[in-house]
Design a protein around this ligand. Structure first.
Ligand SMILES: Nc1ncnc2c1ncn2[C@@H]1O[C@H](COP(=O)(O)OP(=O)(O)O)[C@@H](O)[C@H]1O
Ligand SMILES: O=C(O)C1=C[C@@H](OP(=O)(O)O)[C@@H](O)[C@H](O)C1
Ligand SMILES: [Mg+2]
Length: 166
């Protein structure tokens, strides 16, 4: 992989990954999207019918597979939660870029999107607590951090691109 994006739900991993790949003319893989394709059902349905553990197992297997490929990889917000995934990310030769956003920004971005089972079932204070505990893990694997609050996707990729092409 040429770069891997990590960060909490709504930090912009999917959006920024697509834009970076387009600019760099490389392929883009979104881990959630390939899990959905592999399972043949939505993330909400995987969580509801097979459970989060099944989702995490698929996520781990597909992460391992995708890290060996070229291009830009957008992970899911919970990917670094599994110790084995954290190690895979830490040992990857690709730069791991953490997209950071405040809980307020995150909430604003994801509140009206229905595809995230954890957002659907957690209260706003539980979501804030989850973000706090996940942040520790993101920082454990990140090679660099990009702030995304009050910045457009174009401004964000303008910061990342020069570091990836040198
Ligand atoms: N920098 C940004 N500014 C404003 N909205 C954004 C930004 N980045 C992403 N979004 C929006 O926030 C939502 C979540 O973005 P997404 O890329 O799916 O995040 P993630 O993959 O990290 O969960 C989408 O509606 C997207 O259009
Ligand atoms: O944080 C999480 O545990 C999750 C994040 C989601 O990805 P995004 O971060 O792209 O929303 C998706 O993998 C699933 O809903 C679980
Ligand atoms: Mg995403």
């Amino acid at each position: 992989m040429r770069a891997v994006l990590v960060g909490f739900m709504g930090s912009g991993k999917t959006t920024i990954g697509q834009l970076l790949a387009k600019k760099l003319q490389v392929s883009h893989v979104d881990l959630d999207q390939i899990i959905v394709e592999f399972a043949g059902k939505s993330i909400n349905d995987i969580f509801a019918q097979a459970g989060e553990q099944t989702f995490r197992r698929l996520e781990h297997e597909l992460l391992q597979q995708q890290l060996a490929k070229d291009g830009i990889l957008s992970t899911g917000g919970g990917t670094p939660m599994l110790d084995a995934n954290l190690k895979l990310l830490q040992n990857s030769s690709a730069p791991i870029i953490l997209l950071e956003a405040s809980t307020q920004t995150i909430t604003r971005r994801v509140k009206d999107e229905g595809g995230r089972p954890l957002v659907n079932r957690l209260t706003s204070s539980e979501l804030a607590n989850l973000k706090q505990s996940r942040d520790t893990l993101y920082y454990k694997c990140a090679d660099w951090v990009v702030k995304t609050d009050q910045r457009t996707p174009q401004e964000i990729i303008a910061e990342i691109l020069p570091k990836l092409v040198v």
